[in-house]
Design a protein around this ligand. Structure first.
Ligand code: IVH
Length: 576
């Protein structure tokens, strides 16, 4: 079998499986984004080999087996879907296609939020709710009448609201999880589907579920509507819930404004939405545009930017922190998520690598929700091939070659090189000169690295012996700047809080708060130096672990020499 053919078969199998989980089990295992990307890849491959396109391909039809339903019902007409777009240009193309086809100036688009939940069809016969059924495979769905009747916003009968009741009314819409401002569930669909399947919904489930109707079929002699918007407005008279943001527009500029507006509102809405749906408003035009086996051609979903992207891991590098912790970092082929270019992500520790099962050259999903730090959320194992390289746990520090060891609970790998490791020393200097410590703003990170790499400083004391001629040797530092930095260093010595000084030493576990506690207890640095674990533990907020770190720190000869020199007359730090 050719390579393309094998790939096509592989992706089809995978998508069919995802479809089964999504449509039948209501338990998707992949995000919409990953699904859309796989469909896109399949379409590309099929375009290259049109001879391999078959009616059963998931690009043509949703092919799922619905044998698993307890109680199934045939849909009156198939419940089809629509295509998705992600870019403004795709919207222009859609609009152009419609305009070319109809050759009229005024085209009305009805725009709605795309609600993220579970699609259901509800049938009213003579005004009474007869049954409710999930979408299933689009042709046959699962009977969920009992639980739909429990959703308070769905009327069980529409007979008393108006005199003009259609003989048959089928409404379609989305059941969703009502969000309050606290919760933000990622597994909306699973939760909704789970709730709809329960034999008996409890009170809290009932309060959690909402419904918005987005289309309807009416069988009635008297009622006739020529467009989607008017039909929805009429349904409001029956107290059927219609989303309040649904609006009509006649050009792409206004549609984009609606899209941007909904995207901005998204965090404040009580339903989850992943985009907008753009529908041709006129029923006559909808009919003309028609359907494929899978989608209505008169509607399109314009999805919000995904907080996920697929990329590949180019390499793994290791960062060594101030306390020697080695953090693996994945270098990525650059991706842009919601405006930010992402070239690398932290893998935190080696357990995370194991948990994710990530290798070099793997294809991965990177996720960045809001302003949260991006991370790899999934490895696309089906894309792994023979160039995947296992990530080793280094037994030597990648910077200084000292032996590595695990911390007590095996969560962190640590370089034992201490300050002989240039990475650890560099981080210590950055910490030492930072605002809450000695505060020398002129010594920026790049300059610190250069000073250390050029052997100009090799311990903390050296900082105070720096001279202008040392600094102007460094690329990018002129006389004026060198003067300013030397001045800052001189000033920094004059007035240092004891707590800032304690903090500046970078003792493991001793942050700003602990430093303040210690400074209040000891009053001067010499008392802290000679203290023992027992006394340290008398301080409220200091436990054995930190007490031991402090004690060990001052037992270390090198540390002691540095601290004593810093406070000696020779260097002359004035600590208060
Ligand atoms: S209209 C084209 N309108 O998105 C007519 N669907 O994959 C079909 N959805 O199955 C549906 N919000 O469950 C329509 N405002 C909306 C919608 C919406 C969410 C769901 C629906 C459909 C799926 C598309």
């Amino acid at each position: 079998m050719g390579k393309i053919k094998r790939r096509i078969n592989g992706i089809r199998k995978l998508i069919n499986y995802w479809n089964y989980l999504y449509y039948v089990k209501n338990k998707p295992i992949v995000s919409d984004y990953e699904y859309d990307q796989a469909i896109k890849e399949l379409i590309l491959l099929e375009n290259r080999r049109p001879d391999l396109i078959i009616p059963e391909s998931p690009t043509q039809k949703i092919n799922v087996n619905i044998k698993n339903f307890h109680n199934s019902i045939n849909h009156i007409s198939p419940m089809l879907s629509f295509n998705s777009i992600y870019k403004y240009n795709d919207l222009i193309n859609f609009d152009n296609k419609i305009r070319n086809m109809f050759k009229i100036n005024r085209i009305v688009y009805c725009c709605e939020p795309k609600i993220d939940g579970v699609a259901v069809s509800i049938l009213y016969k003579n005004g009474k709710l007869k049954y409710a059924v999930t979408r299933g495979n689009g042709y046959i769905g699962e009977n969920v009448t009992n639980n739909i009747l429990n959703i308070s916003s769905i009327p069980s009968s529409i007979e008393n609201s108006l005199t003009n009741i259609p003989l048959l009314l089928e409404i379609r819409g989305e059941v969703f999880l009502i969000r309050n401002n606290k919760s933000n569930l990622f597994n909306e669909r699973n939760s909704v589907a789970g709730a709809l399947r329960k034999s008996n919904l409890n009170i809290s489930d009932k309060k959690l579920l909402g419904f918005y109707c987005y289309s309807a079929n009416i069988v009635s002699k008297e009622l006739f509507f020529d467009c989607h918007y008017n039909l929805l407005q009429h349904l409001k008279l029956y107290k059927i819930p219609i989303n309040k943001y649904i609006s009509c527009f006649t050009n792409t500029k206004d549609i984009i404004e609606f899209y941007n507006d909904m995207y901005k509102k998204k965090p404040l809405l009580n339903f989850n939405t992943d985009g907008i749906v753009i529908k041709i408003n006129s029923f006559a035009m909808q009919k003309k545009l028609g359907v494929t086996n899978k989608v209505h051609k008169w509607a399109i979903a314009y999805k919000f930017p995904s907080h996920e992207k697929i990329t590949t891991v180019k390499n793994i590098v290791y960062q060594v922190g101030r306390t020697g912790v080695i953090t693996p970092v994945a270098k990525l082929n650059t991706i842009n998520i919601a405006g930010a270019n992402i070239t690398s992500v932290s893998l935190h520790n080696f357990n995370e690598i194991k948990k994710l099962n990530v290798m070099i050259n793997d294809t991965v999903i990177v996720s960045r929700i809001g302003d949260v730090i991006p991370k790899i959320t999934k490895v696309l194992l089906y894309k792994r091939n023979s160039n995947a390289i296992k990530i080793d746990i280094p037994n030597k520090c990648p910077i200084c070659s000292s032996i590595t060891k695990y911390n007590f609970n095996k969560t962190k790998l640590i370089c034992t090189g201490k300050l002989n490791c240039s990475a650890q020393f560099t981080e210590l200097v950055k910490h030492f000169v930072s605002k809450d410590a000695i505060n020398i703003p002129g010594l920026g990170n790049k300059l610190i690295s250069k000073l250390i790499n050029n052997n100009i400083i090799s311990n903390l004391v050296d900082i105070f012996y720096l001279q202008e001629i040392d600094l102007i040797k460094i690329n990018g530092i002129n006389h004026k700047l060198a003067k300013k930095i030397i001045y800052e260093i001189k000033q920094s010595k004059k007035n240092i809080n004891l707590s800032n000084f304690i903090y500046s030493l970078g003792i493991n576990g001793v942050g700003v708060v602990t430093s303040i506690l210690l400074s209040k207890f000891y009053k001067n640095i010499n008392s802290l130096i000679i203290s023992d674990i027992k006394i340290l533990m008398q301080i409220k907020g200091i436990g054995f672990k930190i007490a031991k770190n402090i004690y060990d720190f001052f037992q270390d000869k090198n540390n002691l020499i540095i601290v004593k020199t810093l406070i000696s007359k020779k260097v002359g730090l004035k600590i208060f």
